[in-house]
Design a protein around this ligand. Structure first.
Ligand code: MUC
Length: 89
């Protein structure tokens, strides 16, 4: 997720939106759907790992992001790798 908040956004609106975004993200993290969030060093961007039931749920989560209107989001679907020892029974 790359974030680009326009320069002319009121600073109070900017701060409130970021605070609401943080609470939204942390609620999903506690619920187990937002598994990881990493800051990309030097950028207002993150790489996140989601574990969701289906594409519709991911779409719903992303569209619910308070910063979504100022974001560019790239999705890379992941599947388990057959050589992953975590998947060995
Ligand atoms: O700061 C960001 O990377 C954008 C956004 C995603 C989750 C969150 O709390 O903020």
């Amino acid at each position: 997720m790359d974030v680009a908040i326009p320069d002319d956004v009121d600073p109070a609106v900017r701060a409130e939106t970021i605070a609401i975004e943080k609470a939204y993200s942390q609620e999903l993290q506690r619920g187990g759907e937002w598994v990881h969030i990493w800051r990309i060093v030097g950028q207002y961007s993150n790489i996140s790992i989601f574990d969701v039931a289906d594409n519709e749920r991911l779409h719903e989560i992303l569209w619910g992001l308070p910063l979504f209107k100022w974001m560019t989001v790239e999705i890379t679907p992941l599947a388990g790798h057959p050589s992953d020892i975590a998947l060995d029974g």
